[in-house]
Design a protein around this ligand. Structure first.
Ligand SMILES: [Zn+2]
Length: 227
């Protein structure tokens, strides 16, 4: 990736998705001086198998965990949209909301879920992926949301969109020096990972596998779309 410090916007459905999808790449950009914003579309209030915890407590816990994880990566700010977990749809409203953040923050890179990933069960991952992709078009073209232009919130065209968990990845980022930061961030999501045995080993093996062809010890891969 380019070494000139710029801005990136990373949009995930749930607290922890950004770290799993792009944590190493985010830490690498942050180390290069980039200004990075996380947007978390839902409050993650269904992400537990613990019968004793209420959705209200869970969503509050997960915001704390997400702030700590973002700080561990060097992310400047986290925006919580607080939609209910599992109920997102790629509505024109969600698309417009993402477009507004893109116009506001003017990122050169936008990261999100690949909504075309086959057999991906979680509906929020698809909804966010589609709404971000469609939001980029609304952010970029001036005849979308013309009222915003009239109050000075003009169009913005990111350089590229990077989709994690990609169906057909075509871009591999070397994150060898940033893997430990990714794991430190992931470990902040205690409510999610405390009951999952072996997750760290599985993620390590996956990152090693993704880097093997290029000779990187650890990598993240994406579908890269030039906007
Ligand atoms: Zn998720």
């Amino acid at each position: 990736m380019t070494t000139q410090a710029q801005r990136a916007l990373v949009i995930g459905a749930h607290p922890d998705d950004n770290e799993f999808g792009a944590g190493g790449s985010v830490a690498k950009l942050a180390a290069q001086g980039w200004d990075i914003t996380f947007i978390i579309a839902t409050n993650g209030n269904k992400g537990t198998h613990d019968q004793g915890i209420s959705p209200y407590t869970l969503s509050e816990t997960r915001e704390h965990e997400q702030r700590a994880a973002a700080a561990a990566l060097g992310v400047q700010r986290v925006i919580f949209l607080r939609n209910n977990d599992g109920e997102l749809e790629p509505t024109p409203q969600l698309r417009a909301e993402f477009a507004l953040y893109i116009r506001h923050f003017k990122p050169s890179l936008v990261f999100t879920h690949d909504p075309w990933k086959h057999y991906m069960l979680h509906p929020d991952h698809r909804a966010v992926g589609f709404a971000v992709i469609e939001g980029i078009v609304s952010a970029r073209d001036h005849l979308f949301m013309p009222g915003l232009g009239q109050i000075g919130i003009g169009v913005w065209r990111p350089e590229a969109l990077l989709l994690w968990s990609a169906e057909t990845p075509d871009y591999v980022e070397d994150v060898t020096d940033f893997a430990e930061q990714k794991f430190a961030a992931l470990r902040e999501h205690r409510s999610q990972l405390i009951h999952v045995d072996g997750w760290e080993q599985r993620v390590r093996e996956r990152m090693a596998e993704l880097g093997r062809e290029q000779g990187y010890a650890a990598a993240e891969s994406f579908k890269r779309i030039v906007v």
